[in-house]
Design a protein around this ligand. Structure first.
Ligand code: ZN
Length: 731
């Protein structure tokens, strides 16, 4: 005990002096108090709590609608209450499909019936819970009963279909089989249906997360031959959340779409399978041998088909309205109760979900416990802190999306920032989010120690970055989709972050029955050292936003990041123009045909439309103007302004992210309003920055590209007006 106290004061002293001028948003006289508070916070974090709570939350399967999921929500509510939070459960009524019939048969040449069942393994009693385990399926696949020849489409992403076209292979009327990975899974059935396929099978190839990568469970962390990845295939790039209530909350009496009109349910049936079940199907394919970069790790020659393999796929779901329980815990701020910082992680899992989501949930709870206890002892934060445990994230970010849609006006008025986590592992600090927060996150990463090496999590991450060919800058990645930050940043326009640790805990357990406590303890973060480190980093971020004199938004790094995105788009447009010019030349010279093996199938490629010159100058000019305005703002010493000016400034500052959204949204998907970041329409989770302009160019839609350039420069000019207002409030 004594040792710890000595260490603490040394810590406070050292960091208090070293970082004195370096905390964005704090006046000189408040820096020491804040650092002292953070040191007290860090000292109280307990790995033992994390361990105990994981065993509690991940004891039984707890997908949305289960009794255990509800018990978890109620148990968490009691914990938050005991730590001094005003806590409630907010329930929505959402459509959730449970699999009734799952049948997959290879009809010939050699018949085979897929088992669709992962086996229990020795040493992990959780995997032996039998019928309590959720059957493997893809949520929001449509019902279907189809029979056709099979075609192997690699990852089933756009470039794979270009390759098939070159080979003269059409998937129309066929059932496709695609590997997991390469894109978010929902893209595979979406694209297959657009190409005319009538069914879709997704399997885990051992090359991606099975025996090619390492020993399989239970010997090692990777996927054994029976493991199946569950997951949603809802068309989330269109809109996430309840499929029947787009853009508004799924309350009990909400008006609902008819299910057959819900645009985010897939058009064709889709089923995930193990590599044990995939092997006979792939082995039965004829046709051309797959290109080298399509081949996986199974002991067979990968052919594309179509046929002679013929398969029958039958799926039927119980489409039920199911309650989703969000836990919302509030600690009222002492000075600005109407300015909120929010921190969330989901609590529902596909099966036990020790890693996804429980490892992040327990870190969040430990943060909340310590911040609550510090508040009881007199250091209540200035702003209100709201903790959330979301339900129904796995089937489509449903709990958080419905909650944001329900509370949108209040959030836009009060919420300064949302900080998300979703599972956690061992290794390097990963952070994505609004670039106005980059500077603050970097400072926090400088203050938090890596548990394995003792250097800061920033230093360790930069070391890894440089070893892998990167530079030594600390940047936030841009957010696409894939977790509960999506409705906050992309729909409501709330500055958001998503953080976690990983890179040293690879495995194949994701969304399988093997994501259990024993698996986590052996292969992820055995001592919960990174769980505590995550709580430390996220807790400091929350405390800095909650206590800052001036909200810690910074614009210089924001602007250079956005300029980088624009440059990238302009360069890619030029590259595309050159590639198409070359392609058309080769077509004219008949070169493709002359270079092809005459004994292999060949489809002569068509000429492509030339890329016109777009006028990017509205963006260049508005960004240049913004650059000057930011210089002006940076020249002002906001932290030393009198309190009444800071208060007015903070009110305006928290609107910043909303300035970057447009109420009309992105083309063909108005739910997505942010003009800087969006999940790709054909990549799913993968982000597209400056998405309106970038995706129009990628889709060769030149007229729309020019329109989107005008629209985006309008957004930048609105940002300029916003900064002008900030400057006038500070002067
Ligand atoms: Zn998750």
């Amino acid at each position: 005990m004594l040792k710890r106290i000595v260490f603490l004061s040394f810590f406070t002293l050292t960091f208090g002096t070293v970082l004195a001028q370096n905390i964005t948003g704090f006046s000189a006289e408040n820096v020491a108090d804040q650092l002292d508070l953070e040191a007290q916070f860090e000292a109280r974090l307990s790995a033992e709590n994390l361990d105990t709570w994981m065993q509690r939350l991940a004891a039984e399967p707890h997908w949305v609608g289960t009794e255990y999921g509800k018990e978890n929500a109620e148990w968490m509510m009691e914990q938050f209450k005991s730590w001094g939070y005003d806590t409630k459960i907010e329930t929505y009524h959402i459509l959730f499909p449970y699999p009734k019939i799952r049948e997959l048969k290879l009809l010939g040449p050699e018949p085979y019936q897929a088992t669709l069942k992962a086996v229990p393994v020795e040493g992990d009693p959780y995997t032996a819970q039998g019928d309590a385990l959720l059957p493997s399926y893809n949520a929001f696949s449509t019902d279907g009963d189809v029979e056709a020849e099979l075609v192997f489409v690699n990852y089933g992403i756009p470039s794979d279909y270009e390759e098939l076209e070159k080979l003269g292979i059409d998937v129309k009327g066929k059932i496709v089989i695609a590997k997991y990975y390469g894109s978010w899974r929902g893209i595979k059935p979406k694209l297959a249906a657009e190409k005319g396929a009538i069914g879709c099978i997704i399997y885990s190839d051992p090359e991606d997360d099975g025996y090619v990568r390492g020993d399989v469970y239970p010997e090692g962390a990777f996927k054994n031959k029976t493991g199946v990845q569950r997951g949603s295939v809802m068309d989330m790039p269109l809109y996430p959340g309840d499929v029947l209530t787009p853009g508004y909350a799924a309350t009990k009496d909400a008006k609902r779409l008819d299910r057959d009109k819900a645009p985010t349910i897939t058009k064709i049936p889709v089923l995930p399978i193990s590599y044990e079940d995939a092997q006979p199907l792939l082995a039965a394919l004829g046709g051309p041998v797959a290109p080298d970069n399509w081949k996986g790790g199974l002991p067979l020659t990968y052919h594309i088909g179509p046929g002679p393999a013929r398969v029958h796929l039958k799926l039927e779901f119980d489409w039920k309205i199911t309650p989703a329980h969000n836990v919302i815990a509030t600690l009222k701020g002492r000075t600005y109760p109407d300015q909120w910082v929010m921190r969330g992680n989901h609590h529902d899992a596909w099966v036990h979900g020790a890693n996804d989501p429980v490892s992040g949930m327990i870190a969040l709870m430990e943060e909340a416990r310590v911040i609550g206890e510090l508040a009881k002892q007199g250091t209540r934060p200035k702003r209100t802190i709201v903790y959330a445990a979301w339900d129904a994230e796995e089937p489509g970010l449903i709990g958080s999306t419905e909650w944001v849609e329900d509370h949108e006006d209040e959030l836009q008025e009060k919420l300064v920032a949302y900080v998300n986590t979703d599972g956690n592992g061992r290794g390097f600090f990963r952070a994505g989010g609004s670039h106005t927060l980059q500077s603050m996150v970097r400072e926090v990463a400088d203050a938090v120690k890596d548990p394995q090496t003792g250097v800061s999590i920033k230093e360790r991450r930069i070391a890894a970055q440089m070893v892998n060919g990167g530079d030594n800058s600390f940047t936030l990645s841009a957010l696409g989709s894939g977790s509960d930050y999506t409705p906050f940043i992309q729909h409501a326009g709330i500055a958001s972050l998503n953080i976690g640790f990983g890179g040293e805990n690879a495995g194949g357990e994701y969304h399988t029955i093997y994501d259990t406590y024993p698996h986590y303890k052996r292969f992820k973060d055995p001592e919960f050292a990174y769980g505590v480190t995550l709580a430390n980093a996220a807790g400091r971020i929350v405390l800095r936003i909650a206590n800052a004199d001036v909200l810690p938004f910074e614009f210089k790094q924001w602007q250079s990041t956005v300029e980088g995105y624009l440059k990238e788009i302009m360069d890619e447009t030029d590259k595309k123009r050159q590639a198409i010019e070359k392609h058309n030349k080769l077509v004219a010279q008949n070169a493709y045909q002359l270079a092809a093996d005459p004994r292999k199938p060949f489809a002569k490629p068509a000429r492509k439309e030339a890329v016109p010159y777009l006028d990017f100058s509205p963006l260049q000019n508005s960004l240049a103007q913004l650059g000057q305005r930011i210089e002006e703002l940076e020249g002002l010493e906001l932290e030393s302004l009198p309190a009444n000016k800071q208060e007015a400034l903070n009110k305006a500052l928290k609107e910043t992210e909303q300035v970057l959204t447009e109420s009309s949204g992105l083309p063909r998907r108005p739910w997505f309003r942010h003009q800087l970041y969006a999940p790709g329409f054909y990549t799913g989770y993968g982000v597209k920055t400056l998405p309106g302009v970038r995706e129009a160019i990628e889709q060769n839609n030149w007229k729309e590209a020019q329109q989107q350039i005008e629209k985006l420069s309008g957004t930048f000019l609105a940002m300029d007006e916003h900064l002008k207002k900030l400057i006038s409030l500070a002067e």
